[in-house]
Design a protein around this ligand. Structure first.
Ligand SMILES: NC(=O)c1ccc[n+]([C@@H]2O[C@H](COP(=O)([O-])OP(=O)(O)OC[C@H]3O[C@@H](n4cnc5c(N)ncnc54)[C@H](OP(=O)(O)O)[C@@H]3O)[C@@H](O)[C@H]2O)c1
Length: 325
């Protein structure tokens, strides 16, 4: 196993919500490069453009970097879009993962892959363990399960982390949607019958750093395995929305609770998304902060990033005007 300084990590989907935080958190301790489908202005590590659905380009990109570890965070994550675009969902979530796994095997790189609570049907009473049998009810969940199965059967060295209800600064997520709606509404409806663990992408990235610094043998020299990962505590979406509004001094915006059947969306969601964190605690000595603490750190960071983005857009507009003038 290479020592830390020469340990090279390639992150796919490096410009996405999780990929961006992985790059920011891991770059100080490891050599980090990224791959993404299109240019990303906020990335702080070198990256190449590569469409992972293209097998030869994916192999060429991974071979040219010779990473020790590939963290595969790229996916088609729009659950409702996947429900209506099966072919594309299979290509992006299954085909691209196969290409990444095959290339990793070729260069003897270990693999970390992110799957989802949506591989379960949500009917279990109690927390889902890694031993429970998946039974996805959405097409997205189905494609992520197919990707898992390919990894378990074919990857030489891999760890699958099933993560859940992810939120972060660089992408579409629930807290951002609630804050956006609260900007022009006094009242909104949110479902109250789905329960899960809101999980901050920054905390997932910190957890990866901890594993790679302290428990690297779990990624290397071992057959593919699955861990569930998430922030501590559980909540339903409506109460999570209330918490976000209260912490943002928007408590006057009212949340009306509704059921999942009232919210007609193309893809069904599991009612119980609560993943057991026991294996994570016992085998990787990992316990993430509570979702409340995570959200309290996330909200001011989001505010700072949005203000910085605003400044950048204004500066770009001013520069354009100057050039035109
Ligand atoms: N978001 C959640 O709530 C959640 C929950 C559980 C598990 N997960 C899993 O966690 C992982 C990270 O999710 P995320 O929310 O960070 O995703 P995300 O924000 O949607 O980012 C995914 C990134 O991958 C890129 N990408 C997609 N297809 C690609 C391709 N063919 N080639 C190269 N790049 C490609 C995307 O580019 P474009 O944006 O240009 O397409 C995007 O930059 C995924 O595996 C997801 O399934 C997410």
């Amino acid at each position: 196993m290479p020592n830390q300084k020469t340990f090279k990590i390639l992150i796919t989907g490096a410009g996405g919500m999780l990929g961006s935080d992985l790059a920011a958190v891991l770059k100080d301790d490891f050599e980090v490069v990224g791959l993404d489908k299109r240019p990303v202005t906020h990335l702080t590590v070198p990256y190449d453009i590569c469409d992972l659905t293209h097998a030869r380009k994916t192999r060429d990109a991974i071979v040219s970097h010779q990473p020790n570890l590939v963290i595969h965070a790229a996916a088609l994550t729009d659950v409702d879009y996947c429900e209506d675009h099966h072919e594309e969902a299979i290509e992006q979530n299954v085909g691209a993962t196969k290409n990444v796994v095959d290339a990793c095997n070729d260069v003897n790189a270990a693999l970390i892959f992110y799957s989802t609570d949506y591989v379960f049907d949500g009917q279990k009473k109690g927390e889902y363990t890694e031993e429970d049998t998946p039974n996805p009810i959405s097409f997205y969940g189905n494609t992520k399960l197919q990707a898992e199965q390919y990894i378990l059967a074919q990857a030489k060295q891999a760890v699958i982390f099933r993560i859940t209800w992810l939120f972060g600064v660089w992408g579409r997520c629930f807290p951002k949607a609630i804050l956006r709606q609260a900007a022009d509404a006094k009242k909104m409806t949110v479902v109250n019958d789905q329960v899960g663990r809101p999980t901050y992408s920054w905390d997932v990235a910190e957890a990866m750093k901890s594993v790679l610094l302290k428990k690297r043998e779990f990624v290397f020299d071992q057959k593919p395995t699955i861990f569930h990962l998430g922030n501590m505590g559980t909540v339903n979406w409506a109460d999570f929305a209330r918490f976000i509004l209260n912490e943002s001094n928007l408590g006057s915006v009212k949340i009306e609770d509704i059921s999942s059947t009232q919210l007609k969306r193309p893809a069904p969601r599991p009612l119980n998304s609560v993943l057991s964190l026991e294996k994570l605690k016992h085998e990787l000595a990992l316990e993430l902060p509570s979702w409340q603490d995570a959200t309290r750190l996330f909200l001011p960071r989001l505010k700072r990033e949005l203000a910085a983005q605003d400044e950048r857009s204004k500066a770009q507009a001013a520069e354009k005007e100057n050039t035109a003038g």
